[in-house]
Design a protein around this ligand. Structure first.
Ligand code: FES
Ligand SMILES: [Fe+2]
Length: 317
């Protein structure tokens, strides 16, 4: 495939998604890689194709003592630089290519072998300052193009349809839209419908939700959409991550951070925060996977210029 947005920095995983000494497979721009983290917290990434008979290394296992990955087919071992390890010796040439990683705040970034065109963004450290990391939610491979997945993150009308049962939106205002290159900021105000008893029984967390939400969104095109909002018990930050696996498959996951008014309630809120985020991702996924191929729209809704702005960055890359 031709690479999507070559030279863009992609956030391919958060450290917490890698279990110690367990291979983790990543597909990026049509290439498969295997990642693993050792006990010391060092992270390695190699081309997933075994140079012997092309088995997927991610189906293999990690040999702790030697810090190697063993191929599932004939058990040949490779170190984190892709050199073969045999009879207590490591070869001097890599036989499978290592993938260059940049690790920042426990986030694992890569350019997928392309020459960097823009720097790894500082957005996560900036927006999560003073907050605690809660976990990762909504890890999913979505059947849809990168552009369709990107667009929904800049689409300020889809809450009324896609997320109607979660939020019950009555009114939606965008008082702020600022942009500067690949960065953008949007402030969104949403008025909720009154919750019915049914809603409350189904989702008691709704009681803690204010009548009007103010969401502050900041974007680092193309990888990140951050969404910060306050609720009765504190503040929550979602970092929605996207990267292209192939032309028609897009990976997403959401890093969740929180600043509760009382730290003791963080563990109590953890589950409901992560499951609410998972629901949001599932609803977006359904919207993308069930839509017919895109054509020129015959109708325009308000605030769509925000989405057009992102689409323009994509096409002008
Ligand atoms: S295919 Fe990997 S060791 Fe043979
Ligand atoms: Fe959405």
């Amino acid at each position: 495939m031709t690479a999507i947005l070559p030279g863009a920095p992609w956030l391919i995983a958060h450290r917490s998604m890698l279990r110690i000494n367990k291979p983790y497979k990543v597909a990026l721009n049509g290439q498969d890689y295997v990642l693993w983290q050792n006990q010391q917290g060092e992270i390695f990434a190699l081309d997933n194709v075994c140079p012997h008979m092309q088995a997927p290394l991610s189906d293999g296992w990690i040999c702790q003592e030697r810090g190697t990955i063993a191929c599932p087919f004939h058990a040949l071992e490779f170190d984190g630089q892709g050199r073969m390890y045999q009879s207590d010796k490591v070869g001097n040439q890599p036989l499978t290519n290592p993938l260059e990683l940049i690790i920042k705040d426990d986030c694992i970034w890569t350019y997928g072998g392309y020459v960097p065109k823009i720097p790894v963004p500082n957005l996560i450290s900036k927006v999560s300052e003073g907050m605690s990391f809660v976990g990762v939610a909504g890890e999913k491979s979505i059947g849809g193009t990168f552009l369709d997945n990107l667009s929904i993150n800049y689409d300020y009308n889809h809450q009324s349809g896609t997320h109607r049962d979660l939020f019950g939106i009555k009114a939606n205002r965008i008082p702020v839209f600022e942009q500067d290159g690949y960065w953008a900021k949007v402030v969104q105000e949403l008025d909720r419908e009154d919750s019915t008893w049914n809603d409350i029984l189904r989702n008691p967390v709704i009681l803690t939700a204010p009548k009007t939400y103010t969401g502050i969104l900041e974007y680092a095109f193309p990888a990140l959409t951050t969404f910060r909002t306050s609720f009765l018990l504190g503040e929550i930050l979602q970092v929605h991550v996207l990267y292209p696996e192939t032309e028609n498959q897009t990976k997403t996951f959401v890093l969740v951070y929180s600043k509760p008014k009382h730290p003791v309630i963080l563990p109590l809120l953890r589950r409901s925060m992560l499951s609410a985020v998972t629901t949001v991702v599932e609803q977006d996924t359904r919207a993308i996977e069930t839509s017919y191929p895109r054509q020129r729209a015959k109708i325009r809704l308000p605030n769509e210029e925000i989405m057009f702005h992102a689409q323009k960055l994509y096409h002008d890359w």
